[in-house]
Design a protein around this ligand. Structure first.
Ligand code: FAD
Length: 291
């Protein structure tokens, strides 16, 4: 279980994959997983498509089960309040239990006017408490936002809500992606000062295409350090150079985070096995030296 990993290791390194989009075959994610199998990841998480089709939603447990059975990684299934009724959540928890999945990332999900379905709880905190009461043995993780969350007025308020989520049972946290490590360090200081002492993994997304940066930044509002912007502008029209520069940037970010004592790295792979493998090659000796 993930809680044991944090007790056994100084640095926990994980990967995130997502179920195939609506019209893609399920095999595409299995091809990705086959390409990731040589990476000694401590766990692999699978996102939950709050806004996706029912078919896509149901794939999270199935893929997480396959990660464990076929690829022998510890799996973590994401689960959102948005788009889920309480009954639906109970059903999902039962499915995960039957599959032997012991780790859940409890999320609120993004509010979206196109999702007209139920919303079991208003906040991830309440979903966390519900899961811990129903399934006390499960490892429940939560999301956090070094640069704040769009719906929250201040960083302080965000930390106060995060403290409630941890009090409700979140045993470890994974950050939203960021490109400026100083934002992460400042967030860690605020969290510690607020008494949040659970392990926090830094979420890192390698930027390897121009489209990705435009989409991602609009979505999560991460601040862009000057040297990151120069890199994007300079190589925007040279896809291979941009990919290599993006991998180098993410590698440097990770090395700096590990050197400064981050308890874990969560790599948003975007189902790109080549990028994940290259980053793993770049950082492996450093991660291993921290064990
Ligand atoms: P919450 O912790 O509930 O916070 C949501 C907002 O409410 C915040 O602004 C918070 O400060 C505020 N808040 C919390 N408690 C209170 C309170 N008591 N009173 C008032 N305000 C409060 N989305 C998906 O759809 N599927 C995924 O698989 C997925 N995976 C993710 C993985 C990670 C690591 C991260 C960082 C995000 C992921 N997301 C995913 C996106 C996430 O669902 C959104 O960012 C969502 O808007 C917030 O989710 P949360 O769990 O952080 O919500």
């Amino acid at each position: 279980m993930i809680r044991d990993l944090f007790q056994q290791k100084k640095t926990v390194f994980s990967l995130e994959v997502f179920p195939p989009k609506k019209n893609s075959a399920i095999d595409t994610v299995y091809n990705t997983l086959a390409g990731l199998r040589d990476i000694p990841a401590d766990f692999i998480s699978v996102t939950y498509g709050a806004g996706g089709s029912a078919a896509q939603k149901n794939k999270t447990g199935e893929i997480a089960g396959c990660i464990m059975r076929e690829y022998h990684f510890e799996p973590m299934a994401h689960l959102t309040c948005v788009g889920s009724s309480k009954e639906g959540i109970c059903q999902t928890l039962d499915e995960l239990k039957a599959l032997g999945i012991q780790n859940v990332l409890a999320l609120r999900g993004d509010k979206n006017p196109d999702i007209t379905g139920p919303m079991a709880f208003n906040y991830a905190r309440d979903l966390t408490a519900f899961i811990k009461e129903r399934e006390p043995g499960l490892h429940v993780a939560g999301a956090c936002y070094p640069e704040g969350h769009g719906e929250c007025d201040s960083l302080e308020e965000g930390i106060s809500h995060l403290r409630e989520k941890v009090a409700a049972g979140a045993e470890h946290l994974i950050t939203q992606l960021f490109f400026d490590n100083d934002c992460f360090y400042a967030f860690m200081d605020r969290a510690l000062a607020a008494g949040i002492s659970v392990p926090i993994q830094a979420g890192i997304m390698p930027i390897i295409s121009k489209n990705q940066i435009e989409r991602i930044v609009t979505m999560c509002g991460a601040s862009l350090p000057r040297r990151f912007v120069s890199l994007i502008n300079r190589y925007a029209d040279a896809p291979e150079a941009l990919r290599d520069a993006g991998i180098a940037y993410a590698t440097e970010q990770i090395i700096d985070l590990l050197a400064n004592g981050a308890r874990g790295i969560h790599l948003y792979t975007m189902n790109n096995m080549t990028t994940a493998r290259r980053i793993n090659d770049n950082i492996r000796s450093i991660v291993d030296s921290d064990r």
